[in-house]
Structure formats: structure tokens, C-alpha cells
Design a protein around this ligand. Sequence first.
Ligand SMILES: Nc1ncnc2c1ncn2[C@@H]1O[C@H](COP(=O)(O)OP(=O)(O)OP(=O)(O)O)[C@@H](O)[C@H]1O
Length: 231
Amino acid sequence: MLEVRNLTGGWGPTVVVQDLSLDLAKGETLAIIGRNGVGKSTLLELLSGRARRLSGSVRLGDTDLAAAKLHRRVAHGIGHVPQEREVFKSLTVDEHLLISRRPGVWTRDKVLDLFPGLAARIGSLGGQLSGGEQQMLAIARALVGNPQVLLMDEPSEGLAPVVIEQLVGAMRALTVDKSLGILLVEQRIDIARDLADRFVVMDRGAIVHRGQIEELDRTENLAELVGLTDA
Ligand SMILES: Nc1ncnc2c1ncn2[C@@H]1O[C@H](COP(=O)(O)OP(=O)(O)OP(=O)(O)O)[C@@H](O)[C@H]1O
């Protein structure tokens, strides 16, 4: 479904991601892991159209998205949950969902079923939400856009263990639903193991290892390559 070939790009003239290729099938979750600063977020930003592509191709189904602007990528089915969450402080939860929705199976009610904690805060402003609620809203907002591919950038980062547990529960429901392809940047190896079907390890802008998730623990130099914490 998503086909990335020889993608090179970054920010301004700076190359961060180099000659990277990957595929993602419908219903599949691919974990992207690696140390801080190796270009995981930049890869997602290249796919969402925020970082600058220098060469290579990005196809989603039959559509070539390599040169497409951000809004066209959303229309073609790329949903992005950025690392910074980017919730609007002065809009309510409901307003976030309203402005992001596009026709499809993910309705307002369906995302609120997935995140009951958000349903309880439906009239609250983005700026009044906790970090966990903001993360849930960022995912819910992407889902009501009815993407084919969901790009999730370290959703567990900075959240309390009990909140992470809720979040991972909802993400597990998404992965078993099998209607989306998910690219999940995740520093927590236990969460990656729990949710993903396959993994890639990035180092200095390139993929240096890939495999089925069951093979992750057999990867040579894993601790060094990924600098991961296993909680
Ligand atoms: N919005 C941006 N503008 C300019 N440079 C950026 C931007 N985002 C990331 N970079 C730079 O790109 C390089 C790779 O960072 P990136 O965030 O992609 O790595 P990462 O693997 O996701 O690391 P982390 O886990 O710390 O987020 C870094 O040198 C970073 O400073």
C-alpha cells in the first residue's frame, strides 16, 4: 500500500534521511526504532510532507505523493500524529474532531468509543488537557480524517505509566482492527514488541536492520543500535 523508494531529504539543505526504502501493507504495523537524532521523526515528516524531499519516491496505492503538498497527502490518506502533538490550545476537543473529519468509517462517535477519556473532556479546550489527553486527541484527530496510513511519532513519550497503559490499549485495538497501515516511531522496545508486526532500525538516516518483530531481540548490537529502554 505505502511504497517508499530511495527517499533522501531533511531540513533546508541538511540531509537527514538517506536513500531509505520501505513498504507497508494495509493492516500492518511497522515499528521504527533507533537512537535519538537518527532521523525517525524526519522520516515521518518527509512522508507527511513537512520535511524537504530531495530525491526518491513515495507512493500510496496508485498515487505518487513524492511532490505533493501537505494537504494533498492528508486527502490521499496520510494521517500524522506528530511528536509535539500540536493540539490547538483555544479549540475544544469537539472542535478539533469537527475540523479534521473526512468521510469514512472513523466517525466522531467511533473515536470517542476508542478513547472514553476524551469523550469525558469533549467540551474542554486543548490547553486544558493533560499530556495523555492531548496525545489521545492527536490520534483521534488523525483518525477522523480517515487515513489509510497513520504515522505515529513516539506517542508514549513523557506520559505516566498508567496513561501509557490506556494509550497502548487503544493502539492495540487499532492494530488488530487491521484497516490501517501504521508506522510507529517508538523508543520503548516493549511497546514496539507489543504492537508491531515488523520493525526497522534506523541509524544515521538509513535503515540498518529490518525483520519480523519476533526477530527483534535476536538483532546483533540491538542495545547499542537503538539505545532503547525496556520498561
Ligand atoms: N523541524 C526541524 N527543523 C530542522 N531540523 C530538524 C527538525 N526536526 C529534526 N531536525 C533535525 O534532524 C535531525 C534528526 O532528528 P529527528 O528528530 O528526525 O531524529 P529522531 O530519530 O526522531 O530523534 P528523536 O528521538 O530525538 O526525536 C536532528 O539533527 C534534528 O536536529
